[in-house]
Design a protein around this ligand. Structure first.
Ligand SMILES: NC(=O)c1ccc[n+]([C@@H]2O[C@H](COP(=O)([O-])OP(=O)(O)OC[C@H]3O[C@@H](n4cnc5c(N)ncnc54)[C@H](O)[C@@H]3O)[C@@H](O)[C@H]2O)c1
Length: 286
């Protein structure tokens, strides 16, 4: 390892179990010499295995619902106390759609669910940064990263209202990133990650097909959770000080592809059984 985060202090949101992207980021941050606190929603702590990660990385856990300003204020105050000063890096690795969980179609949402999903998946990023900004809790040249998905730019029908939440999240990164850069020399970016087999990822309808398609479309194949963690470490490190307000695709090249030979071969193989647009509409309505 390279000691890329030696002496740096952080807050990592969203490690639920060993498949979580945040879990890998915590492990890699530890390996690179950082100290950090782990946080997750109180209910997730009961379901997940975050204690294991805390033990392994010598970190403390501070529960916080990322939609609650009170919880976030308590988290930031306690994190600075435990870590002995201001924060150098923050990972927002949080996403949840109640409409997806309840199987509501994008065209027929329960708007109370829509609001909750938006608050958890997008506005929480604003709330986290607002608390850090108001408390002047970030060190100069610190780095804040949130995770997103390309459904913010292009249509992935089964990603449902999470597509809109991710578009909002990416916009917050730019808007808040301006003020954080101007006033505190802190950078704010989003990483747009390949489909990854985690609890949140697998909740998307037809995830297996989804991940296989991306794998066959990308010249380098899908990026794994560990590879995402490596990329995140580079953004926390001093090697990327002037990268800010960016949505950075970490997807093996998927986002710039039109079609690949592997996908074309697959289509030609199945030419006779190809689904028409009408057939796919009928299937979607079932
Ligand atoms: N898995 C993928 O395919 C994929 C692809 C691109 C981006 N992402 C994004 O990566 C991030 C991490 O997801 P993951 O794939 O590691 O899945 P995950 O299920 O392991 O992580 C999601 C986390 O969000 C937390 N969370 C939910 N509600 C919360 C709340 N109110 N307060 C605090 N935390 C809350 C959960 O407890 C969980 O730890 C998400 O933003 C997700 O949208 C995932």
């Amino acid at each position: 390892m390279y000691n890329l985060l030696k002496g740096k202090k952080g807050i990592i949101f969203g490690a639920l179990d060993s498949k979580s992207i945040a879990w890998k980021v915590a492990e890699r941050s530890h390996e690179e010499g950082a100290k950090f606190v782990l946080t997750n929603a109180p209910v997730a702590m009961r379901l997940g295995t975050i204690n294991e990660l805390a033990e392994k990385t010598g970190s403390e856990i501070i529960p916080a619902d990322a939609t609650s300003m009170l919880d976030l204020e308590n988290l930031v105050d306690k994190a600075m106390e435990i870590l002995g000063g201001k924060i150098d890096f923050v990972l927002h690795s949080i996403g949840m759609s109640v409409n997806v969980r309840r199987g509501n179609h994008y065209t027929h949402q329960d708007y109370n669910f829509t609001k909750t999903g938006w608050d958890v998946s997008a506005v929480s990023f604003h709330k986290v940064m607002s608390v850090l900004y108001q408390r002047n809790a970030m060190n100069e040249w610190g780095s804040i990263v949130a995770l997103t998905y390309m459904a913010a730019q292009r249509v992935f029908p089964d990603y449902n209202d999470m597509a809109d939440n991710k578009a909002y999240l990416e916009s917050i990164a730019r808007s808040f990133g301006y003020f954080f850069g101007r006033d505190h020399k802190v950078r704010v970016n989003t990483i747009s990650q390949s489909p990854t087999p985690t609890t949140a990822g697998s909740g998307v309808k037809g995830f297996d097909g989804f991940i296989a398609y991306a794998e066959n479309m990308s010249p380098l194949g899908n990026a794994t959770a560990l590879e995402c963690a490596d990329y995140t470490i580079s953004l926390f490190s001093d090697l990327t000080k002037k990268v800010t307000l960016q949505n950075l695709f970490h997807d093996g090249g998927f986002s710039n592809m039109g079609v690949s030979n592997a996908i074309m071969d697959e289509i030609m193989k199945n030419e006779t059984s190809n689904e028409t647009v009408e057939e796919s509409k009928k299937k979607d309505k079932k």
